[in-house]
Ligand binder design. Structure first.
Ligand code: 5GP
Length: 224
């Protein structure tokens, strides 16, 4: 198969952002618009929160099973986050990318750094809060954490934001719809990068000059 007839592989999209920034809502809205994107369901050892479903939000597994996956090198990346383990299945992602599906990962900064090493061609987007005060407000509004946990999450958020230079794009989540539109714009531009468009460019320039001349007539108007 030549480069021009090869089936195109999907794009890997990595999205990160501190707890409470509104990432889940942004992802939910994004996936409603871009139904073709496959969301990678991570593996975690933490317990499900109310309303979370196994196999949908996460694959909830035991520490023993998680360790088995790590030892068997089944994970593209894995990280510990506030006392629990999280990881991304290599196989599931690879299968989807090979089928041409774009795949979205919602992972923390440690995981993103590992993905950067293994999949440098992925696009990395970080969602920032408008301010630390606003992040505190959103964490309080969730009503799920005690004050000391909120303080811990804010510290963690500051730490994470320090590493956001690993990312290609920083998006400030002032308002969900706007954030989603900005991410859609990034993905649009990303799909036009030259490495992705090369098969098309090759097809154009490998065509025969004689055929192109024969198919057209002198004086014929060009299509815009
Ligand atoms: P939560 O417990 O609030 O759902 O997630 C905590 C953090 O873990 C979030 O920043 C989320 O992006 C991150 N996370 C979720 N799945 C993965 C994963 O598979 N790998 C890594 N490295 N982080 C993950």
């Amino acid at each position: 198969m030549t480069a021009s007839t090869e089936k195109r592989k999907g794009d890997l999209i990595v999205l990160s952002g501190p707890s409470g920034v509104g990432k889940s809502t942004v992802i939910r809205e994004l996936l409603l618009i871009r139904k073709d994107i496959h969301f990678s369901v991570s593996y975690t050892t933490r317990a499900p929160r109310t309303g979370e479903r196994d196999g949908v939000n996460y694959n909830f597994i035991s520490e023993t099973e998680f360790q088995r996956m790590v030892d068997a090198e089944e994970l593209l990346e894995h990280a510990e986050y506030v006392g629990h383990n999280y990881g991304t299945s290599w196989k599931v992602i690879r299968d989807h990318l090979d089928q041409g599906d774009d795949v979205l990962l919602d992972i923390d900064v440690q995981g993103a750094r590992k993905v950067r090493e293994r999949c440098p061609e992925a696009v990395f987007i970080f969602v920032l809060p408008p301010s630390l005060e606003e992040l505190a407000r959103r964490l309080r509004a969730r009503g799920t954490d005690e004050e000391d946990v909120i303080a811990h999450r804010l510290e963690r958020a500051k730490e994470e934001c320090r590493y956001c230079d690993v990312y290609d794009y920083l998006v400030v989540n002032n308002e969900v719809n706007r954030t989603v539109q900005e991410i859609l714009s990034i993905l649009n531009v990303y799909s036009m990068r030259s490495t992705r468009r090369m098969p098309f460019a090759e097809r154009v320039f490998q065509s025969s000059t004689e055929d192109a001349l024969a198919a057209t007539a002198p004086g014929e108007e060009a299509k815009p």
